[in-house]
Design a protein around this ligand. Structure first.
Ligand SMILES: Nc1ncnc2c1ncn2[C@@H]1O[C@H](COP(=O)(O)OP(=O)(O)OP(=O)(O)O)[C@@H](O)[C@H]1O
Length: 387
């Protein structure tokens, strides 16, 4: 494990590991119960995950759901109470963090304050007693990759937060780990820098092809960085899928609510059919019948709710409408954000949020305006209802 205090790329036999196309992580029923009494729920309550070589996987979820504990078990900073963890078939649980071919990037950067940028990045390689020339070459390359060459002689306290995090990244990548672990690395940076850094992290990870596990509670970060997202809830996995699937076909109301914004409309199933590309159900919503894609965990008698993302809501003029009924609703609120307008509309099924992108000049609906409200049925998603 490459951190400020230890090194990476050594295997259990103590030999130097070479970076390769491998990096297949397997978590099997991983449990962590912190000491604190039998009634306490485990922090991680049985996680199964196959992380593919070169994959960028993000653990996402609300505070306290067990993301960091899972990452720390992978790193070796926490010992699992139960379950197994292997990397390319080799048991990791038996190995101390310094023996795991992994490197971690922390939220706090964790740089040595008394060392220059160059020495911070060179630290792990020197511990491995690599020849001086090789250390120079490897560090030069890592610094150049992170646009840090000109800052090589500076101390960490002479750098901005973004630059310090770049040094931490360079220090991790120079060790050529099989797995890179990220613990909310961008949380201390301002919003603009976070966006810039995540682009850099993704580009670097693509280039190096190192299996990466990233912890965040920022859904934009998860969506923009990940090959797959693991949404966690109370120590368990709620869904593992690509960002698009997690957004369009969330496994639960919890996931739908956590990722992006959504309207949830109470409805019931009129008819349910199975197709090659999944289930479809006819439902009644906003005074109209729709045929919508449906979660495969529901049957004709399930209690369901319909997820409609705000950008899938369609508004049309309703000049003759005088009250909220059928598909006719009334604008309660409109907020202009420049690239889009957000409306809150009173409908027969409760208040609905609609987002209209690129509104025409002068085309913003006033409070009290009546509109026909519908949605793009292929973009809706029928889910099991949740309390
Ligand atoms: N060292 C510890 N001892 C006891 N309980 C702990 C310890 N570390 C974490 N916990 C508890 O385990 C649960 C999961 O914590 P964890 O830090 O893994 O969550 P998280 O999803 O990373 O949260 P956050 O986003 O706030 O960092 C929480 O209930 C937390 O209070």
């Amino acid at each position: 494990m490459a951190t400020t205090t230890s090194t990476s790329t050594s295997t259990s036999s103590g030999t130097t590991a070479q970076a390769g196309p491998s990096g297949s992580l397997h978590l099997d029923n991983l449990v962590k119960q912190y000491p604190g009494g039998a009634s306490t729920e485990p922090a991680v309550a049985g996680i199964d995950l196959d992380i593919r070589p070169g994959e960028f996987l993000t653990l996402l979820g609300p505070s306290g759901c067990g993301k960091t504990t899972t990452l720390r078990m992978i790193a070796g900073f926490e010992t699992p109470s139960h379950g197994s963890l292997t990397l390319d078939g080799e048991d990791m649980v038996a190995l101390t963090p310094d023996k795991r071919p992994m490197a971690m990037v922390f939220q706090s950067y964790a740089l040595f304050p008394h060392m220059s940028v160059f020495d911070n990045v060179a630290y792990g390689l020197r511990l491995q007693k690599l020849p001086k020339k090789r250390v120079q070459e490897e560090v030069d390359f890592a610094l150049a990759s992170m646009s840090l060459t000109k800052l090589a002689d500076r101390a960490p306290n002479q750098l901005s937060g973004g630059q310090q995090q770049r040094v931490a990244l360079a220090r991790a990548m120079v060790m050529k780990p099989k797995v890179l672990l990220f613990d909310e690395p961008l949380s201390n940076l301002d919003a603009k820098l976070r966006v810039q850094m995540r682009t850099e992290i993704r580009a670097l990870q693509h280039k190096l092809g190192i299996t990466s596990v990233y912890v965040t509670h920022d859904q934009d970060e998860a969506m923009s960085l990940s090959d797959r997202i693991v949404v966690m809830r109370q120590g368990r996995i709620e869904q593992v899928a690509t960002p698009e699937i997690v957004y369009r076909k969330p496994a639960s109301v919890f996931v739908a609510d956590f990722i992006g914004r959504a309207n949830f409309l109470d409805t019931s199933i009129g008819h349910l059919t199975l197709h090659a590309d999944g289930a479809r159900a006819t439902v009644r919503a906003l005074g109209t019948n729709y045929t919508v894609p449906a979660h495969d965990g529901i049957d004709a008698s399930s209690q369901v709710c319909l997820m409609v993302r705000p950008e899938s809501v369609v508004l049309a003029p309703a000049p003759d409408a005088r009250e909220v009924s059928g598909d006719e609703g009334r604008v309660l609120k409109s907020v202009f954000y420049g690239a889009w307008v957000e409306y809150e509309i009173e409908t027969v099924d409760g208040n609905v949020t609609a987002v209209i992108y690129d509104p025409a000049p002068g085309d913003i609906l006033d409070h009290g305006t009546f509109v026909r409200v519908s949605f793009e049925q292929d973009r809706a998603w029928l889910l099991p209802a949740e309390d």
